[in-house]
Ligand binder design. Structure first.
Ligand SMILES: *Cc1c(COP(=O)(O)O)cnc(C)c1O
Length: 391
């Protein structure tokens, strides 16, 4: 089905692929299939679906949509983003080595350092924007390179085509977490990346009302290997959440473009604010990888803005506690704006030494910019920064 519709644009495919009219009723929204098991045509004969861990029509629909959007040969929906990353790391064996970005989601850091390490898997963190450093850090036992299309929380942007080339030449698989980038702005499989992962909890779902994770790949053998792991270990996405993510995908492109536009305006305003030391946003010329971002990202620079206040840990926390529209919460990528302090919240699972080494300072604030109006969001930040200063 996705083939016959591949001539359509991204936005059209997001609405139509995987959302075919129900042949039985004509419903324009496919029904949600809650069945855990499916009646078979005969003993030892199998229909399209047999047991919902192995396959479910609602999950298949979501996977088809996503495959069409990411441009691969197949996708898998997991119970959370972490379950999806864990699915990738389960391809590794004792003695293998992982090279991961130093600007890494806190949960991925924890999975690699505190769980994978128990199976004798070694991890090295490296600055993924420094391709020379990446190449130099590859060891004979390196089996996986793991990067983020837009890093977290410092919003570093690796040159994905170069990383893919290095990985290929050294015979190492490369996966990227595209949660911050979204297929609306960047499609890593088209850059030669082997595995694209999403926390569907964020932009794909887009409404802070479900958890989910996905993997998309362009190689059938790799897909089969990941499917085998998922079916054997069981962290699949439930049908109701699959439906919610499918619904979210229909507006992904519109949301991400609008949120990116508001983010750029907020970043420009923050940059001239006297209490703000620095602003990290890929759309600003001052961002260290602005040129790479302009080349790789299409239609916006994402909707996460990180900035550093000229303040200590307490005053920074106060600002985060004083906004009214920006909710003080981890997570990101939804219609409502969120604010958080990486040092005490999203990146608290980093060791203190690694936080200091990788620039996750006490004055850092991360915004997830939602769909509220720019004027309201700017006024909310302005009053919060002023109120914390007055204390
Ligand atoms: C949230 C997030 C994850 C983890 O996803 P969950 O759905 O919370 O398990 C991984 N990577 C990034 C970049 C995230 O923002």
């Amino acid at each position: 089905m996705s083939h016959s519709r591949s001539k359509h644009s991204f936005r059209t495919r997001a609405i139509h692929v995987g959302n075919e009219v129900d042949p039985q009723t004509g419903a324009v929204v496919p029904p949600i299939h809650l069945a855990s098991t499916f009646r078979q045509p005969g003993a030892g004969e199998w229909g399209d679906f047999d047991y919902s861990r192995s396959g479910n029509p609602t999950r298949s629909n979501l996977q088809s949509t996503l495959t069409s959007l990411e441009g691969g040969c197949g996708s898998l929906a997991f119970s959370s983003g972490m379950a999806a990353i864990h699915g990738v790391t389960m391809m590794l064996s004792t003695g293998d080595h992982v090279l991961a970005g130093c600007d890494l989601y806190g949960g991925a850091y924890r999975l690699l350092h505190k769980i994978c390490s128990r199976s004798g898997i070694d991890v090295t963190l490296v600055d993924m924007t420094d391709t020379g450093a990446v190449e130099a850090a590859i060891q004979p036992n390196t089996k996986l390179i793991w990067a983020e299309t837009i890093g977290n929380p410092r919003l570093s942007i690796p040159d994905l085509p170069s990383l893919a080339k290095i990985a290929k030449s050294r015979g190492v698989r490369i996966g990227v977490d595209n949660t911050f980038g979204t297929p609306s702005l960047i499609r890593p499989l088209e850059c030669g990346i082997d595995i694209v992962m999403h926390s569907a909890t964020k932009y794909l779902g887009g409404h802070s009302d479900c958890l989910g994770g996905t993997l998309s790949v362009a190689d059938q053998i790799l897909f089969d290997e990941l499917y085998y792991i998922q079916n054997a270990t069981g962290a699949v996405l439930d049908p109701l959440s699959c439906f919610l993510v499918s619904r979210g995908l229909k507006t992904l492109d519109l949301r991400v473009r609008e949120q990116s536009a508001t983010s750029l305006k907020l970043a420009v305003w923050l940059q001239q604010h006297p209490q703000v030391k620095s602003v990290l946003y890929p759309g600003l010329e001052t961002h260290p990888q602005h040129a790479v971002a302009k080349e790789l990202l299409n239609g916006g620079f994402g909707a996460i803005v990180t900035f550093e206040l000229d303040a200590g840990i307490k005053e920074t926390a106060k600002v985060c506690e004083t906004t009214s529209l920006f909710h003080l919460a981890v997570s990101l990528g939804a219609v409502e704006s969120l604010i958080e302090q990486p040092a005490t919240m999203s990146h608290a699972s980093y060791d203190a030494a690694d936080r200091a080494k990788f620039g996750i300072t006490d004055g850092l604030i991360r915004l997830s910019v939602g769909l509220e109006s720019y004027e309201d969001l700017q006024a909310d930040l302005e009053q919060a920064i002023a109120a914390a200063r007055a204390k």
